[in-house]
Ligand binder design. Structure first.
Ligand code: XIL
Length: 366
């Protein structure tokens, strides 16, 4: 399994663990070969069966993260989302930094644009994310514990109330488990408020928006490893305390060299479901830059991973939604975080890849 470290302001991936599809250890003898390059043809909305039809056949919502600036500037981007997806997550615009950049001054303009687009296209919206150790304005870091509790409660209450009735779910707390050791992340929230900050965030969110589904969301918690076990114990404790939590988001940011074992993901989803919780795949992408072989080989392996992991969700009744962290290789956070890659369902010209077919096959149980 690949372990990530979110270093301050930057992200680096250190890959360690057992490969399942391709040999262990570093890249192949020739090293990572140049990425597949698709000749940039004029992007157009591909005339293919909408993915949402396959998802609905399996009773799932299928979504993607989107960026407000692209929705307004790129008709093919907007049209491709509208054709294939019915569940939308704001990639950035509803986080703390953009919504409350200075104390008590809220800016919902970009989030409102995204919600309006979703409403105009019949898509549901998941809010993301009320509390996250990143995307927190610097003014929050200088607060005393008492001031921090007031600021956190006010932020959650005001943002959740603003979107109440317009979002169906929230990632209330994002990435609260440390990368190593099975403990809570040493964040400003933990240091300032103690471990109860998590339960408190869910209570405030529920009070502000009684209708929204409230999720805990994290990465590298998809299978049955130390971090996944810590996330399971965290939410189990929340459920036992009567905290208003409805489910868990498994981000599913995958390296094709070290994908989680499908049987582990299935077992993890099942144990979360046994707590009475929903689960969802919340931010899926599959990095292939370190796979050996030509682009056709890599795209085929990528498609098989998408098929198998989305298939785990389709086989789990409590897994109600699958969201990808973007949908076109033209716009993925992966490029700036892990290095240039082609991790998504559509290529840079908005043409479907084997990854798209793999997801469609999973929904249709083909
Ligand atoms: C990322 C966005 O994709 C980037 O554009 C932004 O610069 C940083 O945040 N886990 C999460 C997401 O929960 O909010 C992150 O999104 C990716 C990792």
């Amino acid at each position: 399994m690949t372990h990530w470290r979110y270093a301050q302001g930057a992200r680096a991936a250190t890959a360690a663990g057992l490969a399942l599809l391709v040999g262990c250890g570093g890249s192949g003898p020739e090293g990572p070969s140049p990425l597949p390059t698709t000749a940039p043809t004029t992007p157009e909305i591909a005339e293919i069966a909408p993915l949402v039809g396959a998802a609905r056949a399996s009773g799932r919502w299928v979504g993607s993260a989107v960026q407000a600036n692209l929705l307004s500037a790129d008709a093919v981007y907007a049209g491709t989302f509208a054709r294939h997806f019915d569940y939308l997550t704001a990639e950035w615009e509803m986080k703390w930094d953009p919504t409350e950049p200075t104390p008590g001054v809220f800016d919902f303009s970009l989030g409102d644009q995204i919600v309006a687009f979703a409403e105009a296209n019949g898509a549901r919206v998941k809010g993301h994310a009320l509390l996250w150790h990143q995307a927190t304005p610097s003014w929050v870091e200088s607060l005393s514990s008492a001031e921090l509790q007031i600021a956190v409660d006010a932020h959650i209450r005001i943002v959740a109330a603003h979107y109440a009735g317009r979002v169906v779910a929230w990632d209330v707390v994002n990435e609260a488990i440390a990368d190593e050791g099975g403990v809570l992340r040493d964040s400003l929230f933990l240091r300032g408020l103690g471990p109860d900050y998590i339960a408190s965030a869910f209570r405030v969110a529920r009070e502000a928006d009684p209708q929204a589904l409230l999720f805990y969301n994290d990465y590298n918690t998809e299978g049955m490893g130390t971090k996944a076990n810590a996330a399971y114990e965290l939410v189990k404790g929340l459920v036992e305390q009567g905290v208003p939590i409805d489910g868990v988001g498994l981000q599913m940011h995958v390296s094709a060299r070290f994908p989680p074992r499908v049987e582990d993901v299935a077992a993890n989803m099942r144990r979360l479901a046994d707590l009475g919780l929903l689960v969802n795949i919340s931010e899926m992408d599959v990095r292939i830059r370190e796979l050996p072989g030509d682009s056709a080989t890599r795209f085929a392996a990528q498609g098989a991973i998408y098929r198998d992991l989305v298939g785990v969700c389709v086989a789990e009744p409590a897994c109600h939604a699958v969201t990808f962290w973007g949908f076109t290789d033209a716009h993925s956070w992966v490029d700036g975080t892990f290095g240039a890659d082609d991790p998504l369902l559509f290529d840079e010209a908005y043409q479907p890849k084997p990854a798209f077919s793999g997801v469609e096959d999973a929904f249709l149980r083909r």
